[in-house]
Write a protein that binds this ligand. Sequence first.
Ligand code: DUC
Ligand code: ZN
Ligand code: ZN
Length: 482
Amino acid sequence: MSDFDLVVRGGTVVTAADMFRADVGIRGGRIAAVGEALDGAETLDAGGMLVMPGGVDTHCHIEQLQPGGLADEETFETGSVSCLAGGTTTVITFSTQFKGHGIRDTLAEYHRRARKAMVDYSFHQIITDASDDVIFNQIPEVVASGVRSLKVFLTYDPLHLDDRSYLRVLAAARRTGAFVTVHCENYEAIGWRSAALLAAGNTGPKYHAWSRPRIIEREATHRAIALAELVDQPIQVFHVSCAEVAEEIARAQARGLKVWGETCTQYFVLTQQHMDRPGFEGAKFMCSPSPRGEEDHARLWDVIRRGTLDIVSSDHSGWCYGGPRGKRVHGDNVPFTQIPNGVPGLAARLPVMFSEGVSKGRIDPTLFVRLTATNPAKLFGLYPQKGTIAPGTDADLVIMDPKKRVTITNAHMQQGIDYTPYEGLDVTGWPVATVKGGRVVMRDGKVQAEPGTGRFLPRGPYDMIKPLGVLADGFDAAAQLV
Ligand code: DUC
Ligand code: ZN
Ligand code: ZN
């Protein structure tokens, strides 16, 4: 009888810290040994390959309900296939609150939708209406159920919170031991600038970028951090688009604050010029914050190497380009303010980041693993079950062929969205197999997994997100129920 159900043989294992030749032995869905000459009932040959922890994508929008009765076109079923095709095995998606509603019932609906998942998952609970019942009763309940992160938007109609409501969410998180993630852009400034652009007749997709330049993101990032410091509540700034914004995070970190920053695949390869394509095509690249200039890519890599931003997510937010429900939901001759924001990227994240980062010599494979698996798992309370390769951890792996060259097309993405913003991008390095829970679920692009095999990951309290205990005048305002 074999010692292991599956042995991944002969590859180079890459963790957050090390790279070494080893076999990985898997038993009962978990890693049982990392060693030499292991023997398994089944063998996956990884000679010449890199064996890495399965990707952990802590920011993606899947089957999310949208105002006006719409839902994201990417479902848990199609999204899971795309994740597995691209080497991602764990996601954190969103449960949205609509203004005037609670979060208890909403979250139950997302649990129901996620039953078809084939990757493991958790949720961030979006708070758009900081009513007393939500702040004092429902947030504690939702957090106790294992949804340990809240998300707030400082912009977007009808999602954004004003500063007072944001403070109340921070305080609720502090009382309940939750983490807070923040979309940082200035709502009023975007509204004012958009109105001016439209008044001047500047309506095409390219003006999306003009409506929200760097300073709009930077101001909101500074404010989000300052108010989090006031409450003494740790936060993560979502989707930092450029180095100027990262500077705000670096200053906070230098002062010892618990502030983390995430960026996303699109900010390393897309630019605002992509939105200047003829006709409606620029809509394919519209996301918020906006992609910046070509020169910003190199500066973002500097920020990554310095460690100011330590997670790269997809912010997958898929809207089909053709068809009536996606980017054209309000027509294709509408001002940029009426085009849904977001780009798809579940399957593209690992190969694009590997190619742009490791293959082009900008980062080493261990940093790639930290950015795409280990750090997200740690920050969101999933480590070491997820995000590493060690005995006792979940057997979720991606096998990367570091030499394989691919020109990306949407067929590679295997997603529910009909286009990829990375169409035509040449990459070196490609996920050739994915192991999830000890089973080979993708091999050479062929995904074989059953709907319902993904599990909800309840997240309990953990040290990383504990407040510092540093309060202005020594007064804990968050302890008062106001
Ligand atoms: N920006 C977000 O904040 N969410 C989804 C899509 C986008 O572009
Ligand atoms: Zn956002
Ligand atoms: Zn998002």
